[in-house]
Design a binder for this molecule. Structure first.
Ligand SMILES: [Zn+2]
Length: 959
């Protein structure tokens, strides 16, 4: 029978949700397990990459549910920020890509019209996330608890969180240079790219803006990261093809590029553009350097980028390879020099002068390094490397030399700050902030640095909060293990983080100043707690109006009396007490699972807010980080709209095949490429397993045999491994046991003639439930096909019954397996058509010796003692062999792993085991099989193979 995955999925999904087996209520006395995955931002459609973390979450939750836990697995969405606003704006402007994407995903024209409203966008995607993604995948989520961060009740919760942080002294206010969109105000720049669509790794650079006196009292301003190099200035670079503007800043007029003036507008109170000139008109003129007062000429350079810094560059050819090569090129470029009036004298006056003693270099590092690397042109790609090399050594290890006045002898790093401060104080310099690379807001606008005079921060740098968070993190189960270590450093270095923004944002108004909106990272830290009570809001038991500070204090902190809280909130005492009890039952959170972009952003603040606000017994217990599913080139974990859609993939491959792909394709802690063929192969595997179950059931006609004891023992071993892997949340190893190892065991059982109905029933009763966490729909279908009711999803996966006896069973069968492999190998290599196979198991004296050697319980065997005792009891004719076998044993044991030693310790009657398997070997090889002890005089052994027999490895002679 060919499985119709789509039909099976629809049937079971409906049956589960109709029976409400996904809903969770506290069961006092029963163990609980509470997992969330980091809720997704509402910025558009998701792709198949997103389902990795979610599917693994569901597998973990289902396993916990099937092993004695009441589980809570709620979901929600994060609509805070400008994702939905930007989306609505694209619809409103009829952006063709957006409209096409909506149509391709089946949105009706009526619906598309509605989506010009951001709130409709949120509603639209909330439904898609829940129905088309999470329910479609059969998740055991309690849908009654769904929440969204822009709902009024959620906002009440965030207001409360902000009040608690303020009460703890963790909300602070100070001036701030923030990355901001013109339209939306400040945006967060970090790897999670919550607010932005490009530039997550950009840094804010602080430039020193040096003022050079120029004509008419104007000042040319050059932005530099190295103000101390003023001593080595030889000339000024301007781009002749760029427009420069006069900008009125307080009482001064600055000359800079137009884009720079635009940026400056966000950082200074009064910035007014007065006039402009093209760069060409300024060439050859002179200006006066700050601090040194040196007059320097203005030279042309097309490398001056109007978008970087101020668009004007000061030239320090002694230490900047670009400046040196620029001068070299200009010297040769007679046409340009003629055009701009650059005389020979100007060029020779601009010879580099030494200012920094740099270890490993002579007086002019830039000249030296370009010569060594053979750089002669500005278009040479090695110029970057040369710059980095000189910059790094000069800045970190250089010392200002005798030509640097009062700074002579100072390390460069120190002189830099001192010079900056001095020039700032004397009005010869100012500060200017810019981003290290282009950053785009989700709305498409470019992001700039803007001064916010009274920005609010959450003080994550608070030493007490940091210490308590670090100490708690050590007690948590954090995976992968490296992150358990690394998060210590992340917490240590976490700084104050801006927590509110002005501008056009969705989210909660800041309770202390309604002009601000709480930003996206700050309102998504404590939310697992909110799922405990969202259910009561969603069903109308309570409403936002009564969700006061007292209410949350009572529910989450146990403060106050329910009678009193009932009076002020209007909620009945029973309801309050029930919610409080729910919280006490479900909290703390057991696992927060999220993508690797959260490692430096969300996870640390998730932890720190719990520590700051909740009581210690409610701090989280675990974090799991998942890596991405990528497509060729980029990550598709971020919705860009175009990649493989989830419903399409589900229809094509089947949900269970996708779930198995996510669980098994690789460790959760590496990126994996999405490959259609791989997913297809998992689909085929599921069909084969279905067929195997049918074969197994069809063969259950006979009575018990020796192999049944092995099969049962084997199953206990697999079960134990399954538990072990899932306790480590290692779905890959778990899936390997369930979908690969167990089927192999079953095939071996059938091959060995296993056919006992009782054993087969036991196998299916164990194996099918083990499949339910990862491939629940197919498992459910198998279960129903067996006539079992009601659901495999609500069955308990029994605990393994491991014993020495089961281990011994496995060891005995391993002997037969390896014998089969060995004989097959010999037949293959020798290409013999055997008439008879003679198997000779190791003689008793070898078993005795090995037992003695192992009995010492250590890996260093006393060889001479071993020989002595063996000599005393072994038959006379083998005495010659004893010393060499003793040495062999000593070597083997010294190299053995703990597992090997354990396997060697199972001592059983090999003659009995192999004799019983003789019939099986006859049928496998189609010839006679004789089994002897290697010391049996009746054996057929013309080539003397018997002496090669070892415990666990019989000798074989083929006739
Ligand atoms: Zn914007």
């Amino acid at each position: 029978m060919t499985l119709d995955f789509t039909a099976i999925e629809a049937k079971w999904r409906k049956a589960w949700y109709d029976a409400k087996i996904n809903e969770s209520e506290p069961k006092p006395g029963k163990k609980k397990f509470f997992l969330i995955f980091a809720y997704p931002g509402v910025t558009g459609y998701m792709t198949v990459g997103h389902m990795r973390g979610y599917s693994v979450s569901d597998a973990i939750v289902r396993f916990k549910k099937m092993t004695g836990h009441e589980v809570l697995f709620p979901v929600g969405t994060h609509a805070t920020g400008n994702g939905a606003i930007a989306f609505a704006r694209r619809v409103e402007r009829e952006n063709p890509i957006t409209l096409e994407m909506l149509r391709a995903n089946g949105a009706s024209e009526d619906m598309i019209k509605k989506l010009a409203d951001p709130l409709e966008v949120v509603k639209f995607f909330n439904r898609i996330f829940v129905d088309d993604y999470w329910k479609r995948f059969g998740f055991m989520s309690d849908w009654r608890r769904f929440t969204c961060t822009i709902w009024p009740d959620y906002s009440k919760f965030i207001e409360w969180q902000m009040r608690k942080l303020k009460a703890e002294g963790l909300l602070i206010q100070r001036p701030y240079y923030a990355a901001a969109c013109i339209e939306h105000g400040p945006v967060a720049i970090d790897a999670s790219e919550t607010d932005i669509s490009k530039g997550g790794n950009a840094e804010t650079l602080e430039y020193t803006l040096l003022k050079f006196d120029f004509e008419d009292g104007r000042k040319l301003v050059a932005a530099t990261l190295r103000p101390e190099t003023v001593f080595g200035l030889t000339n000024f670079w301007l781009n002749p093809e760029v427009e420069y503007v006069d900008v009125q800043v307080d009482r001064e007029t600055w000359v800079m590029s137009r884009p720079a003036a635009e940026k400056l507008r966000f950082q200074k109170d009064t910035v007014e553009v007065r006039g402009s000139a093209d760069g060409a008109s300024l060439m050859g003129k002179r200006c006066k350097a700050p601090y040194t007062g040196k007059m320097i000429p203005i030279f042309p350079s097309v490398l001056c980028d109007p978008n970087v810094g101020s668009g004007l560059v000061m030239s320090v050819p002694s230490d900047a390879p670009v400046d040196w090569i620029g001068l070299v090129e200009l010297k040769k470029d007679t046409a340009a020099r003629k055009k701009y009036g650059i005389t020979d004298e100007m060029i020779s006056d601009s010879a580099p002068t030494s200012i920094i003693d740099t270890p490993g270099y002579g007086p002019l590092p830039a000249v030296e390094v370009t010569k060594r690397m053979g750089i002669e042109s500005l278009s040479d790609s090695k110029l970057d490397e040369a710059t980095k090399e000189v910059y790094k050594t000069g800045f970190h290890r250089g010392v200002m030399n005798a030509s640097c006045g009062e700074f002579s002898g100072q390390p460069v790093e120190k002189a830099k700050d001192a010079m900056k401060e001095e020039m700032l104080a004397s009005g010869q310099a100012d500060l200017f902030y810019d981003l290290s690379e282009e950053v785009l807001c989700r709305c498409g606008n470019r992001v700039f640095i803007k001064k916010i005079p009274d920005q609010w921060f959450i003080d994550y740098a608070n030493p007490d909060l940091t210490e308590r968070s670090k100490a708690h993190a050590l007690t948590m189960k954090i995976l992968p293990r490296e992150y358990h270590e690394n998060i210590q450093g992340v917490l240590e270095w976490y700084r104050e983080r801006a927590c509110v923004r002005m501008g056009n944002w969705l989210g909660t108004k800041f309770p202390f100043d309604q002009r601000w909106t709480v930003e996206a990272i700050a309102d998504s830290t404590l939310y697992p707690a909110y799922y405990v009570l969202s259910k009561y809001v969603n069903d109308g038991t309570i409403g936002p109006a009564g969700m006061t500070e007292e209410f949350f204090d009572y529910v989450f902190l146990g403060k106050g009396e329910s009678q009193h809280v009932s009076k002020t909130t209007g909620f009945p005492v029973e309801v309050l007490d029930r919610i409080r009890k729910d919280f006490e039952y479900w909290y703390p959170l057991d696992v927060n699972l999220g993508g690797k972009e959260h490692m430096t952003v969300h996870f640390p603040v998730f932890l720190m807010n719990h520590v700051a606000v909740l009581r210690q017994q409610h701090w989280p217990r675990g974090i799991i980080v998942n890596w991405y599913i990528t497509s060729t080139g980029g990550k598709i974990s971020k919705s860009k709209g175009g990649a493989q859609s989830i419903p399409e993939a589900a229809a094509r491959f089947g949900v269970d095949a996708m779930r198995l792909f996510y669980a098994h394709i690789a460790s959760l802690y590496v990126d994996v490429d999405w490959e259609d063929e791989k997913v297809e192969s998992y689909r085929e595997r599921l069909q084969r397993l279905w067929n195997l179950v049918q074969d197994l059931r069809a063969s259950g006609q006979g009575g018990p045999k020796d192999i049944d004891a092995w099969m049962e023992a084997r199953l206990e071993g697999r079960l134990a491994k399954a538990y072990e892997h899932m306790n480590d949340f290692d779905t890959r190893s778990y899936a390997n046991e369930v979908y690969f190892e167990i089927p192999q065991d079953i095939r071996w059982y059938l091959r060995r003639g296993g056919a006992h109905d009782a054993t087969i029933a036991k196998m299916l009763d164990t194996w099918i439930p083990l499949m339910a966490p990862i491939t629940p729909h197919v498992a459910e279908e198998m279960w129903a096909d067996l006539g079992r009711k009601p659901f495999v999803s609500t069955q308990q996966i029994r605990e393994p019954r491991l014993s020495e006896a089961t281990a011994l069973e496995e060891a005995r069968e391993r002997l037969v397996e390896s014998l089969l492999e060995d004989i097959s190998e010999i037949l293959k290599v020798t290409e013999i058509k055997a008439k008879k196979i003679v198997i000779m198991v190791a003689p008793k004296w070898k078993h005795d010796m090995r037992r003695d050697a192992l009995a010492e319980g250590k890996q260093k065997v006393d060889v001479s003692g071993l020989i002595k005792s063996a000599m005393n009891r072994a038959p006379a004719e083998v005495k010659r062999e004893i010393p060499s076998y003793a040495k062999e044993l000593a070597a083997e044991i010294s190299k053995a792993s703990e597992g090997d030693l354990k396997a060697m310790s199972y001592d059983y009657d090999e003659l009995e085991v192999v004799s019983k398997a003789a019939g099986f070997l006859v049928s496998e090889f189609g010839c006679g099989v004789e089994v002897y002890s290697a010391e049996d005089p009746r054996r057929t052994d013309p080539k003397g193979k018997a002496r090669f027999a070892r415990p666990g490895r019989p000798a074989v002679y083929l006739e």
